[in-house]
Design a protein around this ligand. Structure first.
Ligand code: NOJ
Ligand code: CA
Length: 594
């Protein structure tokens, strides 16, 4: 998946980091903050599950997942232990970018159901203490949204200024001239699209059918606040804010810097375009004021007894830990409660030094705020493709899940991770559904591989849809072996590993709120850390990053070393002391100090 990889690693993204530093928060964790079940603090030790509605459960046999399908599966999510579901967009949409091109923010796409179905989902989820988080797409709309239809209808239309319009370079009455500058879309090629009728270009950070709205226009602020209010009043638990670092562009319209290879030459990216930075169109400091405004607005919907309960998550692809710290805002001007930490989770290989250093950063350098760790989503290849070796994939998935759930903070994961679903990209260009894969083929096959239907059982269509139905993406053939039914209730399954880690996260005080302290920090094979909180036993965690057995000798100041096992990789021995923990290939050990 090329465009997010570019975003995640782009050297130029560091440039704006310093500018954002000034808003770094000083929030201190309050005593007892992460107590499980506390209404106000529910998000501080939360387990959040991302659902791609098209792919979770088809309830009406059209091959596309829907809201009623999700409602049917709430008991499963309860059993797994999730606190909240992040639903990727299910608003009416032409589905060019599968919902990220919204044409009506106050309704449900008929493919997924109705507002009534949505209300029922909220009600049923609420009965199970599960919150529903919506996806808020504020950088762009669909080109079929009524605002854009108006905007492109004439230069004098009252909606003209709701989008980003510009003259071409050297434009005349008969010649459209050249694009205004070299800005590129994250989905490939120029970010400027010519509109013949009104003879100007409009800007789109993403697909041509996703024109960027103009955040310099106060009417846009008011319109999105109205939309946010609409869903909060309906009872949603909060939002995940899409592409939130891309709201603003350089007002001077300066060109992006062209990237150079080691020989000092420009080169082509996967789309065949000249590779560029994106510092003029991403992570501009002006984004922060919008998030302060949206957070203040969202807080007004809380009951006075429980302020700050509605959760705002950010899709925060930022280059440095200082930028991430800034995404929390300040105590006076808070922004996201949980900006996604893409520093830890978007490391693409099992590199112990990187994980140790980034996990340490998020513990020590975000001013005591709550981290939101995340490894997977609908834009990223699944765990097998990024970390697997084809032999120990389940144990490797256990290592990743352990970092996710046994570190301080909240944990976000993607449907199917809990059963070890694998990335299954299309093999022929004509089968590709994702616009990224259509433009990027064959270098970038797009994101279909991580969006295949949920694998519930070994039947045809894997319990996602009725047998014989053509599903929107094919059900992977490995669903006969990798599925919920095969794993639920089996002590050694990956599903049970996830479920147990989640239960421990909620019930063991040190795992619920204890600080993370890295142990044995020069070890190049085993990543170890301890969770410590006042008045409760500490918990030691050791994860083997290699395919060979390892033995580690750990010590924690003030502790005898004697330990009681909480969880270990199937088949491993119970150590009597942390002075000698034996781990099998990619083995994990979690124990409570006595
Ligand atoms: C990020 C979303 O996660 C991705 O799926 C989408 O294509 C872009 N934003 C544009 O909305
Ligand atoms: Ca359906």
């Amino acid at each position: 998946m090329n465009w997010t990889r570019t975003i995640g690693t782009c050297a130029a993204m560091c440039v704006l980091g310093a500018a954002a530093l000034s808003v770094a928060a000083q929030t201190k964790p309050e005593a007892g903050d992460a107590a499980a079940g506390s209404e106000q603090n529910w998000w501080k030790n939360a387990v959040i599950y991302e659902i791609y509605p098209r792919s979770f459960q088809d309830s009406n046999g059209d091959g596309i997942g829907d809201l009623n399908g999700i409602t049917e599966r709430l008991d499963y999510l309860k059993e797994l232990g999730v606190d909240a579901i992040w639903l990727t967009p299910c608003y009416p949409s032409p589905q060019v970018d599968f919902g990220y091109d919204v044409s009506d923010y106050k309704n449900i796409d008929p493919q997924y159901g109705t507002l009534k179905d949505f209300d029922r989902l909220i009600k049923e989820a609420d009965k199970r203490h599960i919150r529903i988080l919506m996806d808020m797409v504020m950088n762009h709309t669909s080109d079929k949204h009524k605002w854009f239809i108006q905007s492109r209808s004439s230069r004098t239309n009252s909606y003209r200024d709701w989008y980003v319009w510009h003259d071409g370079k050297g434009e005349t009455a008969t010649d459209k001239g050249d694009v205004p500058n070299n800005w590129q879309s994250d989905f490939g090629h120029s970010a400027w699209e010519w509109d013949e009728k009104t003879r100007q270009y409009y800007y789109h950070k993403f697909y041509i059918q996703q024109p960027d709205v103009n955040w310099d226009n106060p009417k846009i602020h008011a319109a999105f606040k109205d939309i946010i209010g609409f869903w909060l009043k309906r009872g949603v638990g909060g939002f995940r804010f899409d592409a939130i670092t891309t709201l603003f562009e350089d007002p001077q319209m300066r060109d992006e810097e062209v990237l150079l290879d080691k020989d000092g030459k420009s080169y082509l990216n996967d789309y065949g375009d000249i590779a560029e930075n994106d510092t003029r169109t991403n992570n501009l400091p002006t984004n922060h004021a919008v998030m302060q405004e949206m957070r203040a607005w969202s807080d007004t919907f809380d009951s006075p007894k429980f302020p700050g309960t509605r959760l705002l998550i950010g899709e925060t692809y930022v280059p440095t830990i200082a930028d991430l710290a800034a995404e929390y805002g300040t105590p006076d001007k808070p922004e996201f409660q949980l900006p996604m930490d893409t520093q830890v989770g978007f490391i693409d290989k099992l590199d112990i030094d990187q994980f140790r250093s980034k996990l340490n950063d998020v513990e020590t350098a975000i001013n005591g705020n709550v981290p939101l760790l995340v490894f997977t989503n609908h834009d990223r290849p699944r765990l097998d493709l990024r970390y697997g070796d084809g032999i120990h994939d389940d144990n490797i998935a256990r290592v990743i899940a352990t970092m996710l759930f046994a570190s301080r903070g909240s944990s976000l994961f993607y449907y199917g991770d809990e059963i070890g679903m694998k990335t299954t990209p299309p093999t022929r260009k004509e089968d590709v559904k994702d616009p990224v894969g259509i433009t990027g083929w064959p270098n970038d096959k797009g994101r279909d591989g991580e969006r295949t239907p949920m694998q519930w059982d070994a039947e045809p269509n894997a319990g996602f849809s009725k047998a014989g139905v053509k599903t929107w993406l094919p059900v992977p053939p490995n669903s006969t072996e990798i599925n919920v039914k095969a794993e639920e209730g089996k002590p050694d399954s990956l599903f049970t590993w996830y479920q147990t880690l989640i239960r421990l996260k909620k019930t063991v005080p040190a795992l619920a709120s204890g600080e993370n302290v890295m142990l044995d920090t020069t070890n190049t094979k085993v990543l170890s850390w301890v969770r410590q909180t006042a008045g409760a036993p500490s918990v030691v965690i050791a994860t083997n990053f290699t395919a060979e057995p390892q033995t580690v000798s750990l010590s924690v100041a003030g502790a005898s070393g004697s330990v009681k096992t909480l969880l270990k990789t199937p088949g491993a021995a119970d150590p009597s002391s942390i002075a000698s923990i034996q781990l099998g290939p990619f083995g994990v050990y979690i124990g409570e100090l006595q």
